[in-house]
Design a protein around this ligand. Structure first.
Ligand SMILES: *Cc1c(COP(=O)(O)O)cnc(C)c1O
Length: 239
């Protein structure tokens, strides 16, 4: 239990250090604790240490833990792959969805968001590593998709999300640059969307870059991450 507390402190220190390197205000970077496979009891410990935003990948697991933790005002983020038959429960129970990568899924989330709740915050997931196996919209389709999603009434498009392919087998002095490249692409796509490029489209005001995991936290903050999604560095290795 105390490990969780010291891990959380260490992650906050790492965020502060990277923000300082990037000459950014650390207060502009939100730590999302990724709690897939982590018990409700352990999440409660993290909450008592001040952690309020949690990211979940699996719907049923998340719903069970929401029930167990319903006495806490946790902000729940869905970050996993989304099947069509799960959109209603996601729209009803989460504040954020980071993993929107098809218009059909966005339309269902909007239609199924209960009207008494504020709009669902969403990020468009981009396949920045151009891997066939990875989910996410191709970078060249991001601008058009962002404009289509922004029209949906019960969603609030906040920005972009990516899970780059891990950088492996590079010497330490080349790893950071290799990690930064796909994250820089995500940042530049957000700038394009906000700047109204290509010409003739009005710019948007997206404020979120959801990028950075335990292994590439520093790279992500150097490239402008506003939400970092950290699991292992807080909760330990998943079994
Ligand atoms: C599991 C997961 C994370 C956290 O990864 P760690 O390496 O454990 O920090 C972040 N984002 C997504 C989408 C994940 O599935």
């Amino acid at each position: 239990m105390t490990a969780i507390l010291s891990n959380l402190q260490a992650v906050h220190s790492a965020i502060d250090r990277a923000a300082q390197l990037a000459q950014r205000d650390a207060a502009q970077i939100t730590l999302l604790a990724v709690s897939k496979t982590v018990s409700a009891e352990v999440m409660r410990t993290a909450y008592s240490a001040g952690q309020t935003a949690f990211g979940e990948n699996y719907l049923q697991e998340a719903l069970d833990k929401m029930q167990a933790l319903r006495d806490l005002p946790i902000e729940w983020h869905f970050i996993g792959p989304i099947q069509s038959n799960k959109t209603r429960a996601i729209a009803e129970n989460f504040s954020w969805v980071h993993s929107v990568d098809r218009l059909k899924i966005a339309e269902r989330l909007s239609a199924q968001r209960p009207p008494h709740l504020p709009p669902l915050n969403v990020c468009l997931q981009i396949n920045v590593s151009n891997e066939d196996s990875k989910s996410g919209v191709a970078p060249q389709d991001a601008v058009a998709m962002a404009h289509a999603i922004a029209k949906l009434p019960h969603l609030k498009l906040r920005g972009l999300m990516a899970i780059p392919a891990p950088v492996e087998n590079l010497p330490p002095d080349e790893t950071l640059a290799a990690q930064r490249a796909p994250l820089a692409l995500l940042r530049s796509l957000l700038q394009q969307i906000n700047g109204g490029k290509p010409a003739n489209i009005s710019g948007m005001n997206l404020d979120t870059l959801s990028m950075g995991m335990s292994h590439d936290l520093e790279a992500a903050i150097l490239e402008g991450a506003t939400i970092v999604r950290i699991g292992t560095a807080i909760f330990g290795k998943r079994g």
